[in-house]
Design a protein around this ligand. Sequence first.
Ligand code: UDP
Length: 477
Amino acid sequence: MDHPSPHVLLFPLPIQSPINSMLHLAELFCLAGLQVTFLNTNHNQKLLLRHTNVESRFRQYPRFRFRTISDGLPEENPRSSVQFGELISSLQAVAEPFLREILLSSSSDGVTEPPVTCVIPDGLFYYAVDIGNEIGVPVIPFDTISPCCLWVYLCIPKLIQAEEIPFKGNDLDALFENVAGMQGLLRRRDFPFYRLIDYATDPYCQIALKEVESIPRSNGLILNTFEDLDGPLLSLIRSHCQQTYAIGPLHLHLKTKLAEKRMPISASSNSLWEEDHSSIQWLDAQPIESVIYVSFGSMATLSKEEILEFWHGLVNSGIRFLWVMRSNLLRGEESNHQFVKELSEGCKERAYIVSWAPQEKVLAHSAIGGFLTHSGWNSTMESIVQGKPMICWAVYVDQRVTSRFVGEVWKIGVDMKDICDRYIIEKMVKDLMVTNRDEFKKSAEKLSNLAKESVGDGGSSYNALQCLVDDVKKLGR
Ligand code: UDP
């Protein structure tokens, strides 16, 4: 029997950052000549097609297809962070039978395409590993969270056994003893599931546990990082999954490969919201490294009090800022339109507000000197690539561990962690942008150079991607 031609099914978590990362990976696979199917939810596919040129961009790859499924939620559901748990379980109910069907059929679309030979689901879709094993199709999860958080997840069973979780007492500065590689570093307040009361009833902790249990049963693990950033943690993660491919930073990797092949690096966007390019025009009129970019990603929300503390801290610092105020940034409110309008009236000459920005371009702009971020993993990687120091306001999950690493391990910024106060914000902004600017800039630029080396010819991520593509080609049925 002929060996089937390699055909990868990519299945991202139905939110902005994993969609970004998986589309980058999809394009890298297309460049390597693989057949690729990208499984998106109907809801996100509609948004993606409305706000991006993704359809025409991928048209140049004849072996690429989008496929869509329902996420199981009614159209009017806002799918914000509050409904995240609901979204994950309703999607699971639709995805499980879909995956079984597509993996059992002899062609992926029932007519023309070769069968799927490898599934790359988000790491959170632990059930895909079992379905693949049951049917005999290899599964290589892509964990789109930060590797430092993934390592904490992998240590959860040990923490439970050592009775370090659930936490006893209220001291959030107490250090964990049973997270190898993070002794003396990881405090309770840095734990992904903040103030964890009971791991057995916390739904997100339960999903994380199922995810880590599935890792040794998978055929490998993909991470969006590079050896010079996360080498020691990657060694620890490899004790659970030997075949761990560190192929990041993915967005830079893709740009580098396109340049290598002399293909146009189009103004590619994978945004589910409309990007406001007036932010770039505003930046064009600002002096070099004079602006701090403020964004809390696609899901995190802030209370009205927190937004006001950030606003006053930024205004009082005297530093110019560009702030992404998503329409659903204000916690518990449908829209923050009026509130944002009133705020922006107060500081027109030094502040600019948009509801969604072309973030990669913003961070690459010479007027940007720093990033006030929620420490989402994509934002962190994008900032590292551009050598921009960060102030971290982590909200939940991997952001809490990542922000600790930004401040204490990589030393490319400061971690606010839990105290949202205008005086602290003012001081940190001045510290990052003026007082200790040279020091932060030096360490951020050093990491940026290492990131670039990693995806260049012969670099660690370059080699790991080659190895992943070769392995995917070998994996048949
Ligand atoms: N992003 C963007 N424009 C914005 C805000 C965010 O394009 O105004 C992108 C950003 O470049 C990143 C992603 O959205 O790739 C956010 O991912 P991250 O992991 O940082 O945070 P999450 O949204 O998952 O919390």
